[in-house]
Design a protein around this ligand. Structure first.
Ligand SMILES: Cc1cc2nc3c(=O)[nH]c(=O)nc-3n(C[C@H](O)[C@H](O)[C@H](O)COP(=O)(O)OP(=O)(O)OC[C@H]3O[C@@H](n4cnc5c(N)ncnc54)[C@H](O)[C@@H]3O)c2cc1C
Length: 412
C-alpha cells in the first residue's frame, strides 16, 4: 500500500497517476491544502489568489475533466506596480520608460553601467549586477524584501527560477516602443467556485482511494516501514509525503541543521466590500513601498467579474515573527488601501485571515543540496517527498502535478 501524507494537489495528483493501491491521510478537516476555497456572504476566496496556468495540455484536461466548462473563466492577466502614486506596468525592469523622466534616466544609465559578475552570486547581487542600482532599489529589492521578509543575500540568484521575469538590456530598450510584458501566467484559468474546484475534479477520479481527514502523521519508523498517526498504526510499502520537507525529517527522527530550511510566512487577508472600487480591470497590483504594509493586492472581483469589490491582500513575515491580532492588520490594511487610493468609502462586509506558513521557502545552494541529500537517503527506505513544500522549492500547481505524475511512473 502507498501511504500518501496530505490531500493537497500533490497528494491527490499522485493518487490519480499511481497504479498501486493507496490511501491518503490529511490532518485538516477538508482536502485541498493551499488550494482550498472559502465561500461566504456571496464572496469566493482562496488562500490568496490561486490561478492555474498550464504548459501541458494533458494536465489541463485532467484537472478540468469533472468541471462544468462554462464555469471556467479564461483570464488575460492585467498587473501593474503602484510606484510613488503612479501605476507602472509589470515587470518594472521592462517598463522604466513609464517613470518620470529623471527616474527613467537614472534607471537607464545604471542599467548600462551595471556589469554582470562571474561565478556564484546571491539574488541581491544578481539584481544589482544585471539591472543596476536604480531598478534594484526602486523596485526589485524593496518588493522582494517585503515578500520574502529576509536578507536577499541569503537567496540564490536562481531562487525564483522561471517565475522571475528576466530581461536583457536590448529587450528592455525594445519594450520602450513595442510593449511586450507577457509572463508565465499571462493567461490563466479560474473556476467560478475557486481553486478547490480543481481539487474536487481531481478527487472525483480517485473515488476508490480512501481519504482520511483529521488524521495527522506523528512519526515514521523508517526501518519497519510503519507510520504512526493520531489514530492508527499503518504499514506501508511506499510513503509519499507532501508535508514540508523539514517536518518529514523530524517525523523520521533524522537530525539536520535547522538553518538549512528557512522560509517566510504570509498573512493573507481576504476582504469583501459593499460595492465595486474604481479599479475594475487589474488582476493584481505590486506595492514596493515599505510604508505600506502589504506587498500585493489581488482583485477576485475583477477576475471573476463580480459586482462587489473582493480582494486578497498579502503581507510577508519572517517565519518566527509573532503576529499581532487580525483586527490590527485589518485596520492597518484598510488605512493603507485608502492611503494608496485603492478604496475610498467602500465598507467592509466580511473578511477572513489566513496564515500560509510556510509560504515562500528560501532557496539557496545549501537548501537545494540538503533536499537532494536527504531525499536520496529517504528513497532508500521507500519514502518519497514531493510538492512545493515536500521538495522545498518555488513552483506552480501544474509543476506539483507533473512531479506527482513522474514519481508515480518511476515507482510503478
Ligand atoms: C501566496 C501564494 C500564492 C500562490 N499562488 C499560486 C497561483 O496563483 N498559482 C499556482 O499555480 N500556484 C500558486 N501557489 C503555489 C501553490 O499553492 C502550491 O504549489 C500548491 O498548493 C502546493 O500543493 P501541495 O499539495 O504540494 O502542498 P499543500 O497544499 O501544502 O498540501 C500539503 C497537505 O499536507 C497536509 N499535511 C501536512 N502535514 C501533515 C501531517 N503531519 N499529517 C497529515 N497531513 C499533513 C496539509 O494539511 C496539506 O493539506 C501559491 C503559493 C503561495 C504561498
Amino acid at each position: 500500500m502507498d501511504l500518501i501524507i496530505g490531500a493537497g494537489v500533490s497528494g491527490i495528483a499522485y493518487a490519480n497517476y499511481t497504479n498501486h493501491p493507496c490511501e491518503i491521510i490529511e490532518k485538516e478537516s477538508e482536502i485541498g491544502g493551499y488550494c482550498r476555497t472559502i465561500k461566504r456572504n456571496g464572496f469566493v476566496w482562496d488562500y490568496s489568489g490561486h490561478f492555474f496556468h498550464f504548459r501541458h495540455p494533458e494536465i489541463k484536461k485532467l484537472v478540468s475533466k469533472n468541471i462544468e466548462q462554462s464555469t471556467l473563466s479564461t483570464v488575460q492577466k492585467k498587473t501593474s506596480i503602484l510606484y510613488n502614486g503612479q501605476y507602472i506596468d509589470f515587470p518594472f525592469q521592462k517598463n522604466i520608460h513609464q517613470l518620470p523622466k529623471d527616474e527613467f534616466i537614472d534607471c537607464l544609465y545604471d542599467l548600462f553601467a551595471a556589469t554582470p559578475i562571474e561565478g556564484e552570486y546571491s539574488f541581491k547581487e544578481m539584481v544589482y549586477s544585471h539591472y543596476g542600482k536604480s531598478i534594484a532599489e526602486k523596485f526589485l529589492i524593496p518588493y522582494n524584501e517585503k515578500l520574502y521578509a529576509c536578507d536577499l543575500n541569503t537567496l540564490d540568484q536562481e531562487a525564483m527560477g522561471r517565475f522571475f521575469p528576466k530581461a536583457g538590456k536590448e529587450e528592455i530598450v525594445l519594450n520602450f516602443k513595442n510593449e511586450e510584458n507577457d509572463s508565465y501566467n499571462q493567461i490563466f484559468v479560474y473556476p467560478k467556485g475557486g481553486a478547490i474546484e480543481y481539487i474536487h475534479s481531481l478527487a472525483k477520479n480517485i473515488k476508490e482511494t480512501p481519504i482520511s481527514l483529521k488524521e495527522e502523521l506523528i512519526s515514521i519508523d523508517t526501518n519497519k516501514k510503519i507510520a504512526q498517526t493520531n489514530r492508527r498504526t499503518l504499514k506501508f510499502d511506499n510513503l509519499i509525503s507532501t508535508m514540508p520537507f523539514p517536518k518529514l525529517l523530524d517525523k523520521c527522527g533524522i537530525q539536520y541543521d535547522k538553518g538549512l530550511f528557512t522560509c517566510n510566512k504570509v498573512l493573507v487577508l481576504n476582504i469583501g466590500f459593499d460595492r465595486k472600487g474604481k479599479d475594475t480591470k487589474s488582476s493584481w497590483i505590486y506595492i514596493p513601498d515599505k510604508d505600506v504594509i502589504f506587498y500585493r493586492v489581488g482583485y477576485y472581483d475583477n477576475i471573476m467579474q463580480s459586482d462587489r469589490m473582493s480582494v486578497y491582500v498579502e503581507i510577508g513575515f519572517p517565519e518566527n515573527a509573532q503576529l499581532k491580532t487580525t483586527n490590527y492588520y485589518i485596520d492597518k490594511v484598510i488605512a493603507d488601501m485608502i492611503k494608496c487610493g485603492l478604496i475610498t468609502d467602500q465598507k467592509v462586509v466580511d473578511y477572513e485571515a489566513i496564515i500560509m506558513d510556510p509560504a515562500y521557502v528560501h532557496i539557496n545552494k545549501k537548501s537545494v543540496g540538503a533536499v537532494k541529500h536527504f531525499k536520496a537517503l529517504l528513497e532508500k527506505k521507500k519514502i518519497y517527498s514531493i510538492g512545493r513544500y515536500g521538495s522545498w522549492t518555488y513552483c506552480s500547481i501544474e509543476d506539483n502535478i507533473v512531479e506527482a505524475r513522474d514519481l508515480a511512473l518511476k515507482i510503478k
